[in-house]
Design a binder for this molecule. Structure first.
Ligand SMILES: *[C@@H]1O[C@H](CO)[C@@H](O)[C@H](O)[C@H]1NC(C)=O
Length: 345
């Protein structure tokens, strides 16, 4: 499925060793007339072979290797602060959750995050920031696996095939690299059979058939709960409260009730909440006009264009907002910002 551009030319450690060995043979063959030079050539080639047998010399330079990027929690925090707007809860929870997990040499279970909220407000985006901070190649890493329910598992009659595939993919990839990231988008549309398939991997097992899943990361994205989150934020705005004062506990109980009662996601949540398999429920708040403007300015900056308040306002004004009376929240969050900016540049 997803393959990094590097993966195509990437060779594993053994292939590099045989390259080194062939160079040795080649050089000693060509130079066999000159014993002294041959000695030099052999020395050079074995140095090369030695070099190639130390992963820390080529990992991250020549090829991407498992766990070759040291986790830098300061850089992660900065990325969250500079790129993600209007999500003070998600930012804090995910920062604490991932930093704690990455600094733990011996976690008791894989990290599992369940991200909830309206579309376009940063769930995919934060997954990308996580990938970029854990892997050298970010979302293009061969250790990152994205599954979209409608795209990868569209046919109900093929569920038993999908189950086998998914199970062997998770097993195969984690045995290649314990620090693998699995992102499941549109979780509320995932078939219960596939949920059952994933569940054992999330649990507190030391290992399953000789493989430990405890260093893996699972992120589940869904719109489920988005409406109640929106309602809480709107009520707090109406009551004249500051958005950043909304706390996780203000959302937790309404969110879990909504998830249990949601026709599509009910099974998913009841089976996981019961067993405490999800480490963090992360609510994403609906975005306001000022956040959309921040997204536009960040987008301009990324393209090397100077921040232009005027342009940012114009783009932000083109968005549609809800609810009808207050027009407070952007319908699509920042989702269409990129295409709208294109029209202006
Ligand atoms: C790893 O996962 C991908 C799907 O992202 C799959 O195509 C591939 O076969 C898996 N690798 C192994 C070794 O199972």
């Amino acid at each position: 499925m997803r393959r990094s551009p590097l993966a195509a030319v990437a060779m594993d450690r053994r292939s590099w060793l045989s390259v080194g060995f062939m160079v040795t043979l080649l050089l000693s063959g060509v130079l066999s007339l000159e014993p002294i030079t041959t000695a030099v050539a052999i020395a050079t080639a074995s140095a090369l072979t030695g070099y190639l047998s130390y992963p820390r010399f080529y990992c991250g330079r020549l090829v991407e290797c498992c766990e070759d990027k040291p986790f830098n929690s300061t850089a992660f925090q900065e990325a969250l602060e500079q790129k993600l707007f209007g999500q003070h809860l998600a930012r804090d929870i995910i920062f604490r959750g991932l930093s704690g997990f990455m600094s733990n040499e011996n976690p008791k279970k894989p990290l599992t995050l369940s991200l909830h909220g309206w579309t376009g407000i940063g769930k995919n985006f934060i997954s990308k920031i996580i990938a970029e901070n854990v892997y050298e190649l970010g979302m293009n890493s061969k250790y990152v696996h994205l599954f979209v329910s409608d795209l990868h598992f569209p046919h109900d009659n093929l569920i038993s095939l999908y189950k086998d595939q998914l199970q062997s993919w998770i097993r195969g990839n984690v045995s290649n690299c314990p620090r693998s990231l699995f992102i499941f988008d549109e979780m509320d549309k995932l078939h219960p059979g596939l949920i059952d398939t994933i569940k054992p991997f999330l649990d507190y097992y030391e290992q399953i058939d000789g493989i430990s899943y405890r260093k893996a990361i699972f992120i589940f994205l869904s719109n489920a709960g988005g409406e109640v989150i929106n309602r809480v934020v709107l009520d707090s705005w109406k009551a004249g409260k500051i958005r950043e004062d909304i706390q996780l506990k203000d959302l937790e109980s309404v969110l879990s009730v909504a998830l249990f009662n949601n026709r599509d996601s009910g099974f998913w949540h009841s089976s996981l909440i019961d067993k405490n398999l999800i480490d963090f429920y992360v609510p994403f708040l609906p975005l306001e006009y000022k956040h959309v403007k921040q997204c536009v300015i960040a987008e301009l900056k990324q393209r090397g264009v100077e921040a232009d308040e005027d342009l940012a306002s114009r783009v932000a004004k083109e968005m549609t907002y809800f609810p009808k009376e207050s027009r407070l929240f952007s319908d699509k969050g920042c989702k269409t910002v990129t295409t709208k900016v294109n029209l202006y540049l």
